[in-house]
Ligand binder design. Structure first.
Ligand code: SAM
Length: 223
């Protein structure tokens, strides 16, 4: 069974609810994601599109103190929550929260070394347009790295992931319910690969691994 549980833009009060359960259940997940993100330039500029309250950016900035991180979302309330999270973690100046439409970013061409995102790809109804905007703001040789849930993951894969991030009993119970009964409208790796293949990225791959899929693209050095 698949139920569309989420709106595309997380406005108040949905933003508050999402923020609550990410704080309770997902902080360890973002810490794990931050370790997986390929940071080639530890002094570089990173952009997240659809960052919600920015917990992934906080985890990333703690691992790589030299990074300048832009944490963006279209929802004004999410940007407000993100600013509070940045302040609470003393990351002002290193992580910047900004309201941005990922389809139409205000940043100049060739601005970022790395563009990242988690759990948002399945919300993008125009993935090719999104890839072309992300490609535009990346510097030559810059990378795009996107993590999302994989459509059709199974209970064993979810259990394995819970072990990896060290979920306690509450997290494991929630995961069990999610995996067995309801799941958000994640998309298949085939769908993501087709969208990536028609983009301008080099080495554009979508790889399924356990409950996740990883989308990766490289902007050519000569672009
Ligand atoms: C499912 S949440 C995922 C958030 C976060 N990356 C995470 O891992 O929890 C999707 C977010 O994308 C934002 N969003 C949706 N469309 C957007 C757009 N066009 N530009 C910027 N943000 C967008 C929503 O407001 C929401 O906060």
């Amino acid at each position: 069974m698949s139920i569309r549980m989420e709106p595309t833009i997380f406005r108040f009060p949905h933003s508050r609810l999402y923020d609550f359960y990410t704080r309770v259940f997902f902080l360890k997940v973002y810490e794990q994601f931050a370790k997986w993100i390929p940071v080639d330039n530890p002094q570089g500029k990173v952009l997240d599109v659809g960052a919600t309250a920015g917990y992934l950016e906080v985890a990333l900035a703690k691992i790589h103190p030299g990074l300048a991180v832009y944490s963006t979302d279209l929802s004004p309330h999410m940007v407000y929550l993100n600013k509070k999270v940045i302040k609470g973690n003393n990351l002002q100046g290193r992580v910047v929260a900004k309201r941005e439409d990922a389809y139409n970013l205000s940043f100049a061409d060739n601005s970022f070394d790395l563009v990242i995102n988690s759990f948002t790809f399945h919300h993008w109804d125009k993935p090719r347009r999104m890839f072309s905007e992300l490609y535009r703001v990346l510097k030559p040789s810059g990378e795009m790295f996107i993590i999302d849930g994989k459509k059709g993951f199974n209970y064993e894969e979810m259990k394995q992931f819970c072990r990896t991030v060290g979920f306690g009993i509450l997290g494991r119970t929630l995961a069990r319910v999610m995996a067995r009964l309801v799941w958000i409208d994640f998309v298949s790796t085939g769908y993501a690969q087709r969208a990536l293949s028609s983009s301008s990225f080099n080495k554009a791959t979508c790889e399924g691994a356990g409950v996740f899929m990883f989308l990766h693209g490289l902007k050519p050095a000569t672009a």
